[in-house]
Design a protein around this ligand. Sequence first.
Ligand code: GLN
Ligand code: ZN
Length: 749
Amino acid sequence: MLGSPRIGPNRELKRAIESYWAHRIDRSQLEAVAADIRAATRSALTAAGLDSIPVNTFSYYDQVLDTAVLLGALPPRVTGAGIDDDLDRYFAAARGTADVAPLEMTKWFDTNYHYLVPEIGPATTFSLNPEKVLDELSEASGEGTAARPVIIGPITFLALSKAVDGGPAPIERLDELLPLYRDLLGQLTAAGAQWVQLDEPILVTDVLGDAAELAERVYRYLGETDLRPALFVATYFGSLERVLPALASTPVEAIGVDLVAGGDQPVAAVPELADKLVVAGVVDGRNVWATDLESALGKLVALRAAAGAVAVSTSCSTLHVPYSLRSETELDAALRSWLAFGDEKLAEVATLAKALRAGRESVIGAISASARAQESRRSDPRLHNGKARDRLAAVLAAGTTRGPAEQRRTAQDARLHLPALATTTIGSYPQTVEIRKARAAVRSGQIDQDEYERQMKAEIAAVISLQEEIGLDVLVHGEPERNDMVQYFAEQLTGFFATRNGWVQSYGTRCVRPPILYGDVARPEPMTVDWTVYAQSLTAKPVKGMLTGPVTILAWSFVRDDQPLADTANQIALAIRDETVDLQSAGISIIQVDEPALRELLPLRSKDKEDYLSWAVGAFRLSTSGVSDSTQIHTHLCYSEFGEVIGAIADLDADVTSIEAARSRMEVLDDLNAMGFSNSVGPGVYDIHSPRVPGTDEIAESLRAAVRAIPAQRLWVNPDCGLKTRKTEEVTAALRHLVEAAQLVRAEQ
Ligand code: GLN
Ligand code: ZN
């Protein structure tokens, strides 16, 4: 195993940390919970019979932040803030305080985990603080465990950091870090470590042009350390390709390759591997499907012929999957047999290792069970919906382009009569305590479905009348009935199921429970029509229907691995398309299909990006091309750095695109112009990520800047994201200012 989940089987760590933040428990109580979680993890790994147990895989918030602490790389604004307690200082770096801005957060490779971005600038002076690693090592060694500390390697650490205050690219400072790592290796040896794992996932990406030279330089240097544990360089999330021979030429003892995300890597072609241990990641560490043991064993046996020795492991840390299937008591036996969460993956690793050591026959029972599960998954009728597949083929054959944009604009103007600089919001309104209570009450049976619906309708009516009173042009129903923008749809589509306790860490104490997309997707019944139609019945202004797009549903679920993602995306797209058609028939004239995750799913390697963008755009267009030209399609994208996806945004061909711009000013409009984008756009003019209420003048200034880039006729005025996390008072004031600013600037045109 390259690493384990750490939030606790029932999110014990999340609860304890949040209690600590709220001053309900003290540091020693928090530390006791943390120690229990670590002990339970170690004993599960030991009981499975692993030869080597990863430690230092625990974290109070994030492993990259832990590494910044290890290397003395917290920014001066945190270290100089006068926070005496080191844990409080750590949390200040992670979440900020009234006086200290936190580190930025971003996605960990192409997973849904987010890490904190270390800041390296002229003021950074690296220094070694190995206490956490040494403590976790000694607590394990005390039990007689063959513990292997896991540490993020220097190349990955620097490549994931950002330069600040005019400093050079962090990777330029590699030579300063290497002696610290060498020192650390010495201290780990003195503390009894036989092995150390250095994680270098960055080596599978294109981020560094000279990854092979860097890998060779760093691991030659560290390999030549006199007193050190055996070195295991772990890579994951892709193929090592060119870097593998370079790394294999260094004195490291073991190299980890991801044989799931990276496919079959050219191990046999690298003669230097003949005297290395290859740690073969054959068990998928970040998806929930059970391993086909026979096929994995085949790969392992082939590898053994090429490498000095082979060890079995997960492809990456199981941080990215839930703890255990044990709590999923509602699954039927077939479904359960297809799945493996953290505990079950551990058992798979142990079984495969035994097979490699003692022969296939020694685990024949497990291999036959695995074969039966694979066969059941292939043949289960729930996976194959012939009718849905035939319909998809027919719709795709008929084409998914809408009428020309100009023609659509004319038809929509005639139907909607909207002013220039039309005002709207992104979909959700504040999720109040009452809404949450009602949802909990209906789940626990305290109130029935009718009462729940009555309460949700009351909420919708309140949100509609608030918007009318503020004077917005295009209204929304406010999404009170949605717990989550993906789960809400997953619960109503076939092909998905929800877990009871399948929580995974998204960042810090935030956990998500992604639905599992196991079979062909179809939409048995309308999902949003009643709510939207009810909202529309309360007002003469247009109410915008609100749907989640296919790419986002895919990105925030555990997705079947038995067919190309593009095919699955199209199946979801067809279901969303059915919903748009029903909304239109019910009289809804504007429909928004949100794709906040469009950029998130972008593959790590440049060579894979074009193909991805082409099917992602295709799925969006499939989902939005079933309606007539006079129905206006909106989309919403949730990030300000468009970079590689800017061309795709134009290709989506939505009539109106709302985007985050409040924090990045209006530069994005110039970028869109440069792409020849000629549809309408709503650059966010209210930063909903902050409790600050922008003033009318400030919003008007942003709008004037926008009008300089894009004619007012094509501009919309809106916040930069949904309002669900904000307070009603803030939202009301900000939206009033937004409408006033739109009126001001409209009058200037
Ligand atoms: N319509 C969604 C909302 O307003 C969009 C959320 C998002 O952008 N992530 O909440
Ligand atoms: Zn958003």
